[in-house]
Design a protein around this ligand. Sequence first.
Ligand code: ZN
Ligand code: ZN
Ligand code: FE
Length: 760
Amino acid sequence: MRDISLEVVVTGLVQGVGFRPFVYRIATKSKLAGWVLNTNENVKIQVTGTPENIESFLHSLKNESPQAAAIDKISTQTIATENFESFSIHGSHDVSDEITEISPDIAVCDECLQDIDQPGSRLNYAFVNCTNCGPRFTIIQDLPYDRAKTTMKSFAMCPDCHTEYKNVLDRRFHAQPTACSICGPEYEMFIGKKKISADISHIINEVSQCIENGEVLLIKGLGGMHLACDAFSETAVQKLRDLKIREGKPFAVMFRDIESLKLYAEVNAIEEQSLISWRRPIVLLNQKNAINLPVLANGLNSGLNLLGVILPYMPFHYLLFRNLKTNAIVLTSGNFSSEPILIDNELALEHFSPLVDAVILHNRDIYNRTDDSVVRIIGDKERVFRRSRGYVPTPVRTALNTEGILAFGAELTNCFCVGKGQKAFLSQHIGDLQGLETTLFYEKTLAQFIQLFRVKPSLLAVDMHLEYVSTKTGLRLGDYPVVQVQHHHAHIASCMAEHHLNEKVIGVAFDGTGYGTDGNIWGSEFLVCDLNDFTRVTHFDYIPMPGGDLAAEETWRTAVSYLYKVFGTGFLSLELLLLKKIDPEKIRLIIQMIDRNINCPLTSGAGRLFDCVASLLDLVQVATFQAEGPMRLESIIENNCTESYPFTSGETIRFDKTIRCIVEDIQLGIDKATISTKFHNTIISAIFESVNIIRQAESINKVVLSGGVFQNKYLLEGTTAMLLSTNFEVYSHASVPTNDGGIALGQLAVASKRRELLCV
Ligand code: ZN
Ligand code: ZN
Ligand code: FE
């Protein structure tokens, strides 16, 4: 058969992930001649061969690409037949001002793990990597992705590494961070500020011993520093908690391997997929009662049944577990609470060496700071709660023109978002914009994204709250048109953008707080909206929030507010643990504050209702981390209870009867698990009823669920199932956080739509 020639253009995440060597391999396997090259926009291929061979090549291209590659589009075009001699890889071409995608960091691959066992310059080498694995985003300073534009530029390759780097058939062909013990970065161990070793085997031995002695260490990782200790040692975990000051947040645990992990957590097939994926996120799993086994320290998650677990992803982790006797270590962000994860060696020594037993650093600089990402499997799908290492900077592909839009995000759990073409680049998890350090991190990362993705700002999108640091940062940026987006509209728009919806939908946005158009604090919003605008149809009845933000922390305040609303002062004679635990004088003061309307903003936040019930059940009176009340309530659910409490819906949804019945159940001695489950069922029914009323009035069948409250597995699965059973089309977040980390994408989508409609 006659030879033909084809030009193939591949777009998506196809650079820095071993794509050209892969094309080389499949082209030669299919007996094709031609070439492949990187441009700054795509990967371009020309091939000549028989139609069958070209067919088999295209099949392999689609179906066998490297694990971290994500092909967006393959376009082909027949060209005049060329007589190529063989297949070759050409140098890179710059064709325009466009950009290619940047790979997230990739967990060390199996072949590299074998290399650290082989005699030679990579024996026990903790920075081994290849085109299929290793650091990417965390070390990239600019495009095109070349070693000179990464933090590896300070390490000159040795002749052996260079030979591999130049050899198209080598796994390290054009692997920009490639290194070995002769030429690459190295670890150093400090006790106090004194360097005690730079020998990896010695360091691994020392670190193992420290961990086994119940000590706490600071260890530099891929995207930042971690604090580590033995996950089975109650005293070590307590020591770590004391060090982090005031923080009750559950710690993540790294297990030796999937087998030992399965002894301590329930893992289904989908959860296992996430755990072992090259992205290596922290996966939230149900903890299992370990029988006849060492017990994990209770202080890890202080009684919650949810455990954040992760598997090793750096060569260092593997080297460490080979030496360690313990099967699990705590590995939590190396920072003080409210500050971003630490990346700087000098600051690490200065701030942490007096507090920890040893500091382990390395000399490969981290340019883009990333925390470990956090996911949970809900409804058989991976839901990203904290989108950072392994996920960023993969863009969200939208169906909108996002060019030049900067969206600044929310105040807490902030991520920002920048637009390029139809792609929305959502930043890594930044954190709560309340401390100076986090604000600096925010501003710096924003500047880095604008530079890295060649964004020419033309439109800004901010929250309606003018006092937010994010809003102020946006407004300060300069003379660009600004779009203000209501927080809960942004939540729904974010989920719409993720699912390419561009029409009228019913939006259900449940969270803790967000600034409403009436000046009150919203958080249980039923909207009829499109990307441009929204109407608020109904919401939970407002209640005073005594003390404002303090009520989100001291959950008992909201409980008093609800009790007072429902029972008047009669609630003071109820038999409730809450009333025994909290100083009566304090409670009297709260009543006064409500009566006189002193520092009592009104809220419809669903999170507050969950807080109230958690306080009534005495699960939490003062929260030690965000959303502790709701998390504890969910944690005790019993799946076999189908009962629920009464409530009333209408212009607002009222839970007075619910509160009354919960108090009755408590007095009757009904167990907490049943009450919590009945409460959750009530919320599901309230959503179902309201959404049905809206469907009848508006003839809209698509329901979009968003907001932090939908991190609750029982609630999201229950609501979705109930809506699907009556033929609603239901959309919820998966790759974009449902919490405020996803807000910026929604702001960006709304801004894009308003620009399209010439509203700005
Ligand atoms: Zn590798
Ligand atoms: Zn080398
Ligand atoms: Fe929110």
